[in-house]
Design a protein around this ligand. Structure first.
Ligand code: SF4
Ligand code: MG
Length: 316
């Protein structure tokens, strides 16, 4: 039996090794129970890789993932199954993960039946409840995934995740493929479910604007490294890292949140061959000589606020 009142800690540290390509490099990420952490960066920055490792569906080549203080890869039997069920992942394209030959009722209700979370006699009402929670009409359960819109399919994916009674949900670009108005509905659903079910989220997005309203804490990644981490409020009011500042400048304040990164100078360098020193230096408006040769450390610049930039050493 797990101590659900205990802290949910996901920790990951991947030390750099020569001749190894690291999608994720020395990342140390903690998600506390009940917290919503936004993980933000451009495509290729390693955020999806990190999300998959944290969700336990991809092994870390080096480093540890801790779940309630225990190494995820050391869990066995019932505890391993519980860890797996209690962490669910929701992807950008629910259609790809919904079996087109299965009815919605089976998509949502198969796992809870297999894992003994419901019984045959109660199965129908169990499935209905999950669909209602996700904002779907229970009568939809006799239909197939192709009969639904993108937003409804995402709701089916959410109902399926809820059906196994998770405590931690990793959302990877969960609203990126949806229209802006539907995005808002799904984001509101995530927040309602958080309150209702006491859920913890790692919310991965390329769009700082998407995570703004729902995150307690925001972690910014650039080419496999965390470059800034702070409370959401702090990030939006006192962003320190030039990359975060550039991302913020791209967040449309009102609506139409497309083309997020068009304004940052230059291309995203290849993660296979990242720039020397500070990975961001070729695109940084404040770069100076040291930035090309020396990797900045992630340093605490205020309580709970970390940034990885040499400029912070200049301020006495
Ligand atoms: Fe820019 Fe230098 Fe700071 Fe990197 S270390 S973000 S290049 S100022
Ligand atoms: Mg991705």
């Amino acid at each position: 039996k797990l101590d659900l009142a205990g802290k949910l800690a996901q920790k990951l540290g991947a030390p750099v090794k020569d001749e190894t390509v690291h999608a994720v490099d020395q990342v140390d990420l903690t998600v506390r129970k009940g917290e919503v952490v936004g993980l933000v960066g451009e495509s290729g920055c390693g955020k999806s890789t990190l999300g998959r490792m944290v969700a336990g569906i991809m092994p870390a080549s080096d480093g540890d993932i801790l779940w309630h203080g225990k190494r995820l890869d050391s869990l066995q039997g019932a505890e391993a199954r519980q860890a797996k069920l209690q962490t669910q992942m929701i992807f950008q394209d629910p259609y790809a993960s919904l079996n087109p030959r299965m009815k919605v009722a089976d998509i949502v209700g198969e796992a809870p039946l297999v894992h003994g979370l419901t019984k045959r006699g109660e199965w129908d009402s169990y499935v209905d409840n999950q669909l209602r929670r996700a904002g779907l009409d229970p009568s939809f359960k006799r239909r197939y995934p192709h009969q639904f819109s993108g937003g409804q399919r995402q709701r089916i994916g959410i109902a399926r995740a809820l059906a196994v009674q998770p405590e931690f949900i990793v959302c990877d670009e969960a609203v990126a493929a949806l229209d802006v108005s539907i995005q808002a509905q799904i984001l509101n659903l995530f927040m309602d479910l958080r309150r209702e079910l006491d859920l913890t989220y790692l919310f991965i997005s390329h769009d700082l604007g998407v995570v703004e309203h729902l995150s307690d804490r925001v972690v910014i990644m650039y080419l496999g490294r965390v470059v800034e981490e702070a409370s959401a409020e702090e990030v939006f009011v006192r962003a320190n890292h030039p990359y975060t500042q550039a991302l913020l400048a791209e967040v449309p304040r009102i609506e139409a949140r497309k083309k997020s990164f068009a304004g940052i100078k230059g291309e995203i360098p290849s993660p296979l061959n990242p720039p020397s020193g500070c990975h961001f230096h070729p695109r940084c408006p404040h770069a100076f000589d040291r930035c090309k040769v020396e990797k900045p450390a992630l340093k605490e610049i205020a309580p709970g606020h970390k940034s990885r930039c040499h400029l912070n050493d200049r301020v006495a």
